[in-house]
Design a protein around this ligand. Structure first.
Ligand SMILES: Cc1ncc(COP(=O)(O)O)c(C=O)c1O
Length: 398
């Protein structure tokens, strides 16, 4: 399906549908009439295979106790093996009600109160919250930043681990909001440092299916032939891929027996219900019949990105756009256009946009914004043209 056909068929009005992104603008931004370009879900209906599978489940009318069928494993394992060369085994898999929930469980299962947990910033803000909420010490290590491109400073990472005696590193792969799809070499270098200092690795791979322009996602547990598996816990989900966030279903992969036993001992104390049947049904249907939908969606997202990047480059070269290797979230540095203290006023009050602000991802990133590109080309055009119009007016006013 081409981009136009995809947008025409799947775009959907989301106001008044209990959508956090569209209906909570007043509560979250103090203004109900902004164009919602923030939180990471999409303004498209999910794949037909998913709506059909859910409808069948609903029409049966019984929602009694359930179990994970073999067909779920078959669909998920095929997806992971064919796309990411990660053959899985049933006994390695656990479930969680969302990736963020799993992060909290991992922190509690694998570290002690007062232990340090390290993250590479800027990064998805629940990483920060999870560490703090669990009463652990949050250690942030900044990524290097050059002309919009983020990369790892290995020396800084190692020094931060040595100084803090960090026990756990939360890896975001692909990285939100830095847009990076980490290469095997980059990951191997990071994990070697973790190994040297006995740091466990939690790898959040929820954005695994959004990679562009020949960038290939390599699961942490596959890096260097699985060399670091004895310290890796992976969590992924079909929820970003197929727009299923509210069905709160994610997969946990723990290949190592000792880590898995430790996790199981912990999880028994906090969670007895492993999954929700609707989440499981949707996930299986996505992995079984959603490939074509996903390919068309990715074309729309990448074309939105190319449009936004090229137009801004031409009209407002002082805005630095971070290259989008992965995820559908475009990070932009506005500091050369607007003083960081005025970013919110500029973006919200003048451009009429609800975005994720850079400081949510790390204090040093005030003056940056993250735009969600999983929406119609029309919305992206409005967002970009509002920014250009207001930037020009701003310059005239100076
Ligand atoms: C890196 C990352 N992890 C986790 C999540 C959310 O996961 P969940 O909705 O399953 O809790 C997001 C959502 O944007 C994300 O970007």
């Amino acid at each position: 399906m081409n981009k136009e056909e995809f947008v025409a068929k799947y775009k959907v009005e989301r106001h008044n549908t209990t959508s956090l992104k569209w209906d909570l603008l007043e509560q979250r931004f103090g203004d109900p009439d902004l164009l919602a370009m923030w939180v990471a879900d999409m303004d498209f209906k999910t794949a037909d295979s998913i709506t059909e599978a859910l409808a069948n489940r609903v029409n049966h009318g019984v929602f009694g106790y359930s179990y994970v069928p073999q067909s779920y494993y078959d669909a998920y394992f095929k997806w992971m093996d064919e796309r990411f060369s990660f053959p899985l085994k049933k006994e390695w898999i656990r479930y969680s009600t969302g990736v963020v929930a799993a992060l909290y469980w991992f922190i509690n299962a694998f570290t002690e109160p007062e232990d340090s947990v390290i993250i590479l910033i800027p990064v998805y803000y629940p990483f920060h919250n999870a560490v703090r909420d669990c009463g652990r010490k949050l250690i942030t290590c900044s990524l290097n930043y050059e002309n919009g491109y983020f990369a790892i400073d290995y020396d800084r990472f190692e020094q931060a681990i040595i100084d803090s005696r960090a026990k756990l590193y939360i890896h975001c792969s692909p990285h939100n909001p830095a847009g990076r799809v980490w290469t095997e070499e980059e990951q191997a270098k990071l994990f070697e440092i973790c190994k040297k200092h006995n740091v466990l690795i939690v790898s959040d791979e929820i954005h695994q299916d959004f990679t562009f322009d020949n960038h290939q996602h390599i699961p942490a547990a596959v890096v260097k032939g699985g060399n670091y598996r004895d310290r890796i816990i992976t969590v992924n989900s079909a929820s970003k891929t197929f727009n299923l966030a509210a069905l709160i279903h994610s997969n946990i992969i723990i290949t190592d027996d000792i880590l898995r036993e430790k996790y199981d001992r912990y999880i028994k104390t906090v969670n007895q219900t492993e999954f929700n049947t609707m989440g499981l049904t949707a996930t299986e249907a996505g992995y079984t019949g959603g490939s074509e939908w996903l390919e068309s969606l990715k074309n729309v997202i990448y074309s939105n990105y190319m449009y936004a990047k090229d137009t801004l480059h031409k009209e407002l070269p002082e805005i630095i756009v971070t290259p989008l290797e992965g995820t559908y979230l475009m990070f932009m540095n506005l500091t050369k256009l607007v003083p960081p203290d005025k970013t919110k006023e500029f973006i919200q009050d003048r451009c009429r946009l609800a975005v994720d602000f850079g400081e949510w991802f790390g204090t040093d990133y005030k003056g940056y914004i993250r735009l969600n590109l999983a929406t119609t080309p029309e919305n992206v055009k409005i967002a970009i043209s509002n920014i250009i119009r207001e930037a020009k007016l701003l310059k005239e006013e100076r």
